[in-house]
Design a protein around this ligand. Sequence first.
Ligand code: SUG
Length: 421
Amino acid sequence: MFSDQTQHKEINFDGIVGPSHNYAGLSLGNIASASHKGDPSYPRAAALQGVAKMRGNLARLGVQGFFVPLPRPNLALSDTLAFDGSEAPQLRAAPWSASSMWTANAATVSPAPDTADGKCHLSPANLVTMLHRAQEWPDTKRQLDLAFGNGEHFTVHGAVPPTFGDEGAANHMRLCEEHGSAGVEVFVYGRPGGAFPARQHEQASRLVARAHGLNPAQCIFVEQNPAAIEAGAFHNDVVSVANERVLFTHAEAFADQAGAYDAIRAAFPALEVVEVPSAAVTMAEAIRTYLFNAQLLTLPDGSMALIVPEECRESPSVWAYCEGLMASNCPISKVIPVDVRQSMANGGGPACLRLRVVCDPATVDPRFLLDESKADLLEKVISETWPEQIDPSDIGNDALAAQVTAARAALLTALSLEELG
Ligand code: SUG
């Protein structure tokens, strides 16, 4: 029953950007989404940017996974919303959202070394705070059931009941000596009552921890700084990221910053905090550039690389900080910018685009694992079938619906994943 932990690796499952990617300004509290509302989007370029990011990490790590876009437009949702042409354009856009690309919100994952039954547990996130995201979880679960269908190694749960908002791994961090060893899981929640919604509820996090069979002594529940949510950090992964023993965080990420470090250190004494002071990078600049929405990766030589959005290199304060980091003795020895601008314009950086699963890759359905030839195939299908441009006024149009549906079907056929059709 217990999986061979010596074979465990961290696998990043990136969401392939769907053919309906658009800027409808649907996410209250997400500054990028609001400020790009009404802009034309470029789904083909967006998806190719995502594949290029995956290729880079495949070369760095030797392993990379992906999830396919969910079915859009979601006609069942349009029916439920009783669309008759009189609905507001913003409501009309919800069934078209390509937001499943941000797989950090697909699920919360507790790897086998952390759980009572020695299996990796996954709970799809209910994403109830936003209508366009709340439609995701049943289709996400279908995909998780397939990718992690090996019941000897994985348990895929249902979503948390909708009263409690759950946004998945974006509010979950894991500290450990190395990925295959037992870890401490940190759940970050927001308190409602501010100008913007607190999307992760404490009780959702606690429920997930219980369902996954985590040892209560190895779970830490931390409140996000309400001021960070007000400033536009709608998920914790906009202000913090952890990898192995390192927590890379903004100094204003948590409601009680020192208390959070103390609580984590009590369970995980090896913790190394790399704290970015506000004097070096303001909260506003951290949110604008998504410095913390980075992938913090352990490279095969044991050193760590931070994969950041290109926007970080263009910011004098953020890039000066990154250069200082690379020149210092800190465990993060490389900072590598990637171009995910199409996703960034909707508030999704490199870390939003991936779900981390620690497991033996041999236990995953291989159709969800990338290699160079599959990356070529993805690029071919995307280049041939994804719309080049979508204007917000195209949303709802039958010809676009047909194109988007056919593009996804072509991808499923190419990947032998027709059962997700
Ligand atoms: O839920 N944007 C997403 C971005 C999610 C980022 N994920 C993490 N931080 N892990 C959101 O706000 C934009 C939709 C629109 O406006 O069309 C959107 O849903």
